[in-house]
Design a protein around this ligand. Structure first.
Ligand code: BDR
Ligand code: CA
Length: 306
C-alpha cells in the first residue's frame, strides 16, 4: 500500500481528489495539508476538515500558508464559488486542524518514513516550497512528488499560466528547481479528464455522496464558461490517480522552468521536450480515459458504501 500526503486548496476538484484517495485500497492517506488558492485559507482548511468527516476519514489536516511567497493572493472563486465548494454546504467539522503548520507537518511526516511517502500537491506550491527551504532533504526523502499544475501549451489563469503555478510562481520555481523529478499534471493532460454527462451518469446511485456532494459540485463547476459543452476537467484527481495507477498515463521527460518575471507570461511552465535538454521533470501527456473513470467510479462507490 502506498502512503500519500495531499497538499490541497479545496476546491471542487480537490474534493474529488480526496475522495479518490480515500476510496482507493491501494492508498493510505497519512495527512492533508491546506494552502490558500481556489479560496482563502480560512475556507480551504474548514473545507478539508468537513470533507474528511463527510467521507468518514480519520486523517490529520494541517493548515498551511495563507498567501503566496511574494505576491498578493489571487483566488479562483469564480470557478469554485465563494466557499470553494460551489453551492454545497457541509456540516462544520468537529475535528480541529493539527497543531503543526503544514510545512512542519510535511517535513515531519516525510522525515519519519524516508522513501515511503508520495507527496501530491494540487494547489499553489507555497507550502511545498517553504518545506523545501526549511528541509532541503525533503527532495530526497519523498518516494515521489506529483503536482497538478502548469501546462506546455496554454494557461487558464492567463493565456500563459495555469492557476496553481500562476498563483505563486516563485514557489513553483523553488519546487521545479529542487533536486527531485516532479511528475507534472498540467492542463494538457487534465483537460482529457472531463466529467461529461456520460461520466456523471456512472455516479447516479451513489446516495448521499452523489446527491449532496458530487452532483451539486459538478453542476456548479460545469457551469463555468471554460467548461460548458464538454464537462468540467477533474484536474486534481489525475495527480492522485497517477500514484494509484501510473500505467494509465503517458509521461515524457522534459525540462520545465517556471517564468517568474515575464510581463505577460508570469507563471508559465516553459517546457522543453528536446532529448538534449537537461530534464528535471516527468510531464504527463496522455490519459487512458475509460480506465481513469473506472478507477474514480470504483473509489467513489467504496466511499459511498463505507
Ligand atoms: C487547478 O486550479 C484549481 O482551480 C483547481 O483546483 C486545480 O488544482 C486547475 O488549474
Ligand atoms: Ca486544487
Amino acid at each position: 500500500m502506498k502512503r500519500i500526503l495531499l497538499d490541497c486548496d479545496p476546491g471542487i476538484d480537490d474534493a474529488l481528489a480526496i475522495a479518490l484517495a480515500h476510496g482507493s485500497p491501494e492508498l493510505e492517506v497519512v495527512g492533508i495539508t491546506t494552502v490558500a488558492g481556489n479560496v482563502g485559507l480560512e475556507r480551504t482548511t474548514p473545507n478539508a476538515l468537513s470533507l474528511t468527516e463527510f467521507y468518514g476519514m480519520d486523517v490529520p489536516v494541517a493548515r498551511g500558508a495563507d498567501r503566496p511567497l511574494l505576491r498578493a493572493p489571487d483566488t479562483a472563486s469564480t470557478v469554485h464559488g465563494a466557499t470553494g465548494l460551489g453551492d454545497v454546504v457541509l456540516p462544520t467539522a468537529k475535528a480541529e486542524p493539527d497543531t503543526r503548520h503544514a510545512v512542519d507537518f510535511i517535513i515531519d511526516t516525510v522525515a519519519a518514513s524516508p522513501g515511503e511517502i508520495s507527496l501530491v500537491a494540487v494547489g499553489p506550491l507555497t507550502n511545498v516550497a517553504l518545506a523545501l527551504r526549511k528541509e532541503p532533504r525533503l527532495a530526497e526523502w519523498v518516494r515521489e512528488f506529483v503536482v497538478m499544475g502548469g501546462s506546455y501549451t496554454r494557461g487558464n489563469l492567463t493565456p500563459a499560466a495555469e492557476f496553481n503555478i500562476g498563483a505563486d510562481p516563485e514557489a513553483a520555481g523553488v519546487v521545479f528547481d529542487a533536486p527531485w523529478e516532479p511528475v507534472m499534471f498540467g492542463l494538457d493532460l487534465t483537460h482529457q479528464a472531463r466529467a461529461t454527462s456520460e461520466v456523471r451518469q456512472r455516479f447516479v446511485g451513489l446516495g448521499k455522496l452523489q446527491e449532496e456532494l458530487l452532483s451539486p459540485c459538478l453542476d456548479f463547476y460545469g457551469s463555468n464558461r471554460q467548461y460548458r459543452d464538454e464537462g468540467p476537467a477533474i484536474h486534481d484527481a489525475c495527480a492522485v490517480a497517477h500514484v494509484i495507477a501510473p500505467e494509465l498515463f503517458t509521461t515524457v521527460r522534459a525540462r520545465v522552468d517556471v517564468e517568474t518575471s515575464g510581463r505577460f507570461t508570469s507563471g508559465m511552465t516553459v517546457t522543453d521536450f528536446a532529448p538534449e535538454a537537461e530534464h528535471n521533470a516527468l510531464v504527463a501527456t496522455a490519459l487512458q480515459q475509460r480506465a481513469f473513470w473506472d478507477l474514480l467510479t470504483e473509489a467513489f462507490e467504496r466511499v459511498a458504501s463505507s
